[in-house]
Design a binder for this molecule. Sequence first.
Ligand code: ZN
Ligand code: ZN
Length: 341
Amino acid sequence: MILKSLVILALLGANALFSASRNLEIYWIDAEGGAATLIVSPSGQSMLVDTANRTPDDRDAKRIFAATQQAGLKKIDILLTTHYHSDHVGGMLALSKLIPIGMYLDHGDPIELNRPPIAAAYKAYIELSQGKRKTLVAGDRIPLKGVDIQVVLSAGKGITRALKGGGPNAARCQDWKEKTTPEPDPDNDMSVGFLLKSGKFKFLDMGDVTWNYEKQLVCPANLIGTVDLFQTTHHGLDRSNSPQFVWSIQPRVAIMNNGPRKGGPAAVFEVLRKSPGIQDIWQGHLAMGTPKDVNTDEKMIANLGPSAECPANLLKVSVAPNGKYTVTNARNGFAKTYSAK
Ligand SMILES: [Zn+2]
Ligand SMILES: [Zn+2]
């Protein structure tokens, strides 16, 4: 009996050492303006956030699959679909044939079921996720072992109590201005947003939530606190990313999952560059409609050319147990290390 306990203790010890030495890894798969972010926890479990676009040659599903192979995955434990637009669900069916998916998380019914492509995508989603689906509400925890992920927004409703590090924010909110043009694609505002914590490190992903809806998390009180890494909301479009939002969460590093012709207008770069404590902006693509010198430094851009001949280089973040995190551009190997706050 004693011997058995000792063996168990030894195994637990080895396991603890092993997991403590493993990094959290996040991959941004280039999908020409679609969204696909792959998170691999120190536990080895994985969560994919969105499955990008559908093309006749399953381009994005293949790109996502390639990233799972680079990460050594045999399975995607959790697929989180932030919302049902085609640039977030398009590759799902094709991907599900390439690699098993364990669990499907979402915000509930889409609110654009009157649009035939969305109704069709949703029908396919219901079939695929049967028996493995869970709808999230703000405050829920996502069960990815080895990290702490909390839903901060889902189906338009945000958390109502401040997380650790949050607090009153009235001064920052004084000059917030509402966008008066109605959002043409309202399922954006239903997006699931989440805060991932791993030790001291914090990463925020808000899907495609737009300006008027993201506000509830920072005004009049900042319910999130500050973060280390921020995936710019909505591919870095200026329908999202208000100065009040970005300057409240104060990311040290921003990663923009833009496409060559989607996201990255000058106004968003200005908001990011004026954000207190920001150190760097990284981009999935050169934003071709924005002057080159407004884009970030070329060495921090993963893809420079048009979509037709795009090699789909990844951006990768590796987070060490001590909170130090390194961003690497797969195009040129350029890497930079930052400290968690
Ligand atoms: Zn999108
Ligand atoms: Zn969208």
